[in-house]
Design a binder for this molecule. Structure first.
Ligand code: OX2
Length: 807
């Protein structure tokens, strides 16, 4: 049984009959159709609109409560929100799931089918964007006054097709059929000047529902438009194309999400997108401040602004500009307000991923902001020089400007200097930030540095994604885990209960069958749900080492062909490669090549299957995570800041095979070392390799199996005889191996052998699986947000009053 909601939350009383009637009304009044002409998409929209009607009271009441109470507000600035479909999540958070099912049934419709009709808003690349989405939902659930700001990309993350040639990209027109969840607010639009152009940002609001509470916060995304639709001078002169050119150029700003997981540098459009959404958001905050009768110098009392990585770090300069130029504050007051308002989350240690912008580009697009950055830097270095006399190298490292033939603005340095706190996203990551990447700053301001380990929302990633598990948990430990995930600890009382373990296995089996059915329908591959599902789904990147898993698959193939008896496995990969990242695309090509040969070989039948699931997305994640037996979290230690897929899988009962990297370390601590397959060198050892000079050859020489694997790939066995295709990959692995695949592959093999042994004992595996779910209570995004709110933002919950009921 789903948790009973507070009696004050009235929507749950909406009967299924009323919902069905509302859907019928929307078919006529919103879709303008009769039932005989209605498509499935029409029915989806009718349900979405009927659900939207039911959340409006809460949404309007929330805004009203915040306005009346003049509350301190958390503001999340993020260039990405990987939201995933809204319908199912909103039904669950409103407590309307069963009513919707019943209503659809009454109308002869299938709720699951309608849910699948929703095109997902994929306004993010991967973990960073999905984290932003989980955080929005947790802030609402914790009843925190909060606003999320971002960009309303017309095209989200590209769609990925997989052919024998590997990845093919096409555009994601998620808005093509309209979006019932957003409300345009043309009255809230702001000009942003970039170079000699001014663009207008128009607000589009999406409601973010808390679970089982009235709080419904707003995600406000900016769409770019031109100040004038038409240049009349050109139009009257007969040049129609020129007349609309500026409009088109302006709208280009919010056209498309940059498809790189780790930032790409130096792109004019990307810097324009950053200043565009940051400036609109800050101007909007000043409008709110004004509305509450507060002066600009009180900005930091009203708002706690979190920068999601350096993408919005220009906020440091832009907030200064607005305070100085528009609100006429003096420098010191403005700087005090700015640094008291902003805080910064770093998400990566990869040096090549730390954003910098060429001074020339900056000067062209944002001359005033650059002037302000120079002034911030001059004052900062004056202070640092006194602290570190005679240490020019240190000052050069601290500077906001990278000197050299091509001078650059360092956005991470700007963020640290302009923010009161800087945090990493897992213990190890925060430690490495302090010790290496931002060591000079940590020495200067030790108290500014902190850690907030990432989390994921249990509503989407358990209640929505895994209803069978949710039901079982409700039966056994009660329903409160949805609100306080540490309640999962109560499973500890049941690990010795055979009947419970039997049900646990039944739930997991059903999830695997659901995935088997999907893959069969979409890819025509029939999988065996009783085999071990070994899964690696995430962005494709060398540091995440999908090639390590691929090499292991080839090794299993060889061992099976040699007559070894290994327990049946299904190895599932999924994830997008940045379109310009050739090595990542080659890794996909290798996996596809391996899959083709393995799946065709009669000797592999019933023993080994390899699948690459195309177009990995939030919806596919919801289908895949609950079906994972073995979660592959095998990044080179010290490279993955946190990971969040690792949490989603363990929470749903997967066992992890992983390195001591990112949040894996904390997952292992929480679930117990016996329930985690650890392998690989530590971050410290990897660091030592780099310091001493690493070469993969000695590792390869003492490992005959890996030599055989490399030779087989090099022979063209997985590329229709083409011996050159995988050469760049193999040459890289055997000559440089920057991500230490060869140093870790032997230990990885040992750990995989241990996996096979444990899997042979099904009741042991089931107990280990329960231990994983049980131990994952810590990894709720509610806990992460609680930490941000208490330690960094100083924002307190404000329950929402019902004020519009009589309307
Ligand atoms: C990702 C990190 O790579 C990942 O480890 C982390 O879990 C996620 O952010 C959320 O914190 N772009 N994406 C990331 O970092 C950057 C930069």
């Amino acid at each position: 049984m789903a948790e009973s909601f507070r009696s004050s939350t009235s929507p749950c009383q909406t009967s299924s009959r009323a919902l069905a009637e509302a859907m019928q009304r929307h078919l006529f009044f919103s879709q303008a159709k009769s039932p005989s002409l209605a498509t499935r998409h029409d029915h989806y929209r009718c349900l979405a609109l009927a659900v939207r009607d039911r959340l409006l009271h809460n949404w309007v009441d929330t805004a009203e409560t915040y306005t009346q109470a003049q509350v301190r507000t958390a503001v999340y600035l993020s260039a990405e929100y990987l939201l995933g479909p809204h319908l199912d999540n909103n039904l669950v958070n409103l407590g309307l799931r069963q009513e919707a099912e019943q209503a659809c049934h009454e109308l002869g419709l299938d709720l699951e089918e309608l849910i699948r009709e929703e095109p997902e808003p994929g306004l993010g690349n991967g973990g960073l964007g999905r984290l932003a989405a989980c955080f929005q939902e947790s802030m609402a659930t914790l009843e925190l006054p909060a606003i999320g700001y971002g960009i309303r990309y017309e095209f989200g993350i590209f769609r990925q097709q997989i052919t024998t040639q590997g990845q093919q990209e096409s555009t994601d027109s998620w808005l093509a059929q309209g979006n019932p969840w957003e409300v345009i607010r043309p009255e809230w639009s702001y000009p942003v000047t970039i170079g000699n152009h001014t663009v207008i940002g128009v607000a589009y609001d999406t409601p973010i529902l808390g679970y089982g509470v009235r709080t419904t916060n707003t995600l406000r995304l900016w769409a770019a438009s031109a100040p004038e639709a038409l240049d009349f001078a050109s139009f009257n002169a007969g040049d129609y194309t020129k007349a609309v050119l500026h409009k088109m150029q302006s709208e280009t700003l919010s056209k498309v999400l940059y498809p790189n997981d780790e930032p790409e540098q130096g792109k004019r459009l990307r810097l324009s997108q950053q200043i565009f959404f940051v400036s609109c958001s800050l101007q909007d905050m000043f409008r709110i401040l004004r509305g509450q009768g507060l002066p600009a110098r009180e900005f930091h009392r009203k708002f706690a602004v979190q920068l999601n990585d350096t993408h919005p770090a220009i906020a440091v300069a832009e907030l200064m500009r607005l305070l100085l130029d528009e609100h006429r504050l003096d420098w010191d007051t403005a700087w005090g307000v700015t640094t008291a308002s902003l805080s910064y989350t770093n998400h990566t240690l990869l040096p090549e991923a730390l954003e910098t912008w060429g001074i020339d580009l900056f000067q062209q697009l944002l001359p005033r902001q650059l002037e302000i950055i120079y002034e911030i830097n001059a004052r900062f270095l004056r202070m640092a020089r006194i602290r570190y006399p005679g240490q020019p190298d240190k000052l050069a490292r601290l500077s906001l400007i990278e000197e050299g033939p091509h001078r650059k603005v360092r956005m991470a340095n700007l963020a640290v200097v302009g923010c009161h706190h800087t945090n990493g996203v897992a213990e190890l990551h925060s430690e490495l930030l302090r010790r290496h990447v931002l060591a000079d700053f940590a020495e200067l301001w030790p108290d500014r540095f902190t850690n907030v380990t990432n989390g994921v929302t249990p509503r989407r990633w358990m209640a929505v994604a895994n209803p069978a598990l949710a039901n079982l948990l409700d039966d056994v430990i009660g329903s409160h885990w949805r609100r306080d995930l540490t309640h999962l600890q109560a499973l500890g009382k049941h690990t010795g209960d055979d009947a419970f373990l039997q049900r646990w296995r039944g739930v997991r089996d059903a999830s695997k069958q659901r995935l088997v059915q999907h893959i069969h329908q979409t890819q025509g591959i029939l999988l065996d749900h009783s085999s071990l599902f070994d899964v690696q789904v995430k962005r494709i990147h060398e540091y995440k080492r999908q090639h390590l898993a691929a090499l292991h698959v080839v090794e299993r193939y060889l061992r099976l062909r040699n007559g070894e008896d290994l327990p049946p496995r299904t190895v599932i990969f999924g994830g997008k490669a940045a379109p310009g990242y050739a090595m990542a695309k080659l890794i996909i090509r290798l996996i596809v090549g391996i899959a083709e040969i393995v799946n065709m070989d009669p000797a592999m039948a019933g023993r080994l299957r390899v699948v690459f699931v195309p177009n990995f997305s939030v919806s596919l994640g919801q289908l895949i995570y609950p079906a994972v037996d073995l979660s592959e979290q095998i990044s080179t230690a010290g490279k993955e800041a946190s990971g969040t897929g690792n949490m989603k899988m363990a929470l749903n009962g997967a066992l992890t095979i992983g390195t001591l990297d990112g949040a894996n370390i904390e997952i292992r601590d929480q679930v117990g070392a016996d329930n985690f397959f650890l392998f690989g060198h530590t971050a410290e050892q990897i660091h030592e390799f780099d310091r001493m000079g690493y070469h993969p050859m000695p590792w390869i020489e003492k490992d005959p199996i890996v030599r055989e694997v490399i030779e087989l790939i090099g022979s063209g066995h997985f590329s229709e005889g083409d011996r050159d295709l995988f050469h760049p990959l193999l040459a890289n692995l055997t000559s440089h191996d920057p991500f230490k695949v060869m140093a870790d592959i032997g230990d990885y093999r040992q750990a995989q052998n241990h996996v096979d042994a444990c899997w042979q004992d099904p009741s042991r595996w089931a107990r280990m699986s329960v231990a994983n779910t049980m131990g994952c209570g810590f990894f709720s995004s509610d806990r992460s947000i609680q930490e941000y709110a208490e330690r960094i933002w100083k924002v307190a919950p404000v329950p929402v009053e019902a004020t519009t009921r009589s309307l």
